[in-house]
Ligand binder design. Structure first.
Ligand SMILES: Nc1ncnc2c1ncn2[C@@H]1O[C@H](COP(=O)(O)OP(=O)(O)O)[C@@H](O)[C@H]1O
Ligand SMILES: [Mg+2]
Length: 326
């Protein structure tokens, strides 16, 4: 191709191929109100490319509702979802063939081993040929680092091992879309790192959507992200770019904890945390706010908290616009 086409034409072809990439998940105008009147999703629009995508938000934000909807387990009131050429809401059977879903909470049969249960799920997934199944089960148990403990009962597994087993189940049938809902909640630091490493390998070949309330999950792993709160998308961004756009706008100061209210009245305080018995506050301000604040390198927590407090609200960085800038 590089011999036949001048560079510009080549770039244009490449861009249009990327624009129609079959891997893209498009969520348009999704709204959901539960029977009790809670509006869990309000006009949600997201474009999710291949790779690791982080959906970040506090408890009750609507993350699990969106994940279940994407996993075809629940209907929205309005809106459309497409995965490549598939209409997710109307072609559920086809979507399920290419979908892996790790729910926020899932039960395992405590008395059976990982190997037995995975083998059983593989049969349900339609892998009926015994030799092939053995191969698939072995490769998934190795990939999720459970091969050595494959004969142990699941009831004796740690939280991290159980989550990795959940991923092994979700990966049966080579899904093009993998949805993992709050997988790191409750994992100890070492288990969490192991689990995130496993996910990052998967992100290389498919769409992986990770929901979490932990900012570090997203900053360590995801190439694209959205922040959701009270059913609304507040920000859709590339994490590095979002951090860069806060450069020079985040200021810090150590204060007495009793001074928090007065500081909040005077400054756009985005976060406050305890540090050696005192309170470290971060403030958002395009200019030096004075009053003893010093500049600080922004990070993704600053993006999250300044977005959640409404102090940072750039127009959503829509991928369409990003492509137009290429
Ligand atoms: N089945 C349900 N019936 C009624 N309300 C629900 C149901 N599931 C979730 N909710 C409510 O919808 C909101 C969003 O919940 P959820 O999607 O679980 O958020 P998250 O996963 O971000 O914590 C919350 O207010 C929650 O209480
Ligand atoms: Mg949830």
């Amino acid at each position: 191709m590089s011999i036949c086409f001048p560079k510009l034409v080549e770039a244009a072809i490449l861009t249009s191929l990327l624009a129609y990439s079959p891997m893209e998940l498009r969520i348009r105008n999704i709204t959901k109100t539960y029977a009790n009147g809670v509006k869990a999703l309000s006009n949600v629009n997201l474009t999710i490319p291949a790779g690791m995508y982080g959906l970040l938000g506090p408890n009750g934000a609507g993350k699990s509702t969106l994940m279940r909807t994407l996993a075809t387990l629940q209907e929205p009131d309005e809106g459309t979802i497409t995965l490549g050429n598939l209409d997710v809401l109307n072609q559920k059977a086809e979507v399920r063939q290419t979908l892996g879903y790790l729910p926020q909470e899932f039960g395992v049969y405590p008395k059976v081993s990982a190997e037995e249960l995975l083998d059983y799920f593989a049969v349900l997934k339609g892998i009926t040929r015994r030799a092939l199944r053995r191969e698939v089960v072995e490769s998934l148990l190795r990939q999720t680092n459970l091969w050595e403990v494959r004969r142990q009962r699941l009831g004796g597994y740690s939280g991290g091992m159980r989550q990795r087993f959940g991923v092994a189940v979700a990966l049966l049938g080579n899904p093009k879309l993998l949805i993992v809902d709050e997988p790191t909640a409750g994992l100890d630091p070492a288990e969490r790192v192991r689990f995130l490493n496993l996910l990052s390998e998967l992100g290389e070949s498919s769409v992986v959507i990770l929901s979490t309330h932990i900012v570090a999950d997203v900053s360590e792993l995801c190439t694209h992200m959205a922040i959701i709160n009270q059913g609304k998308i507040l920000l859709e961004a590339d994490p590095l770019r979002a951090v860069a756009s806060l450069q020079g706008k985040i200021w810090r100061k150590l204060i007495d904890k009793h001074a928090l209210a007065s500081q909040s009245a005077e400054h756009k305080i985005i976060s406050a945390k305890l540090l050696s018995g005192r309170t470290l506050v971060h403030a958002y301000s395009p200019e030096n706010p004075g009053g003893g604040f010093e500049p600080v390198e922004p990070d993704l927590e600053d993006v999250y908290f300044s977005t959640m407090t409404g102090h940072y609200a750039p127009a959503q960085q829509q991928p369409e616009r990003e492509e137009a800038n290429v």
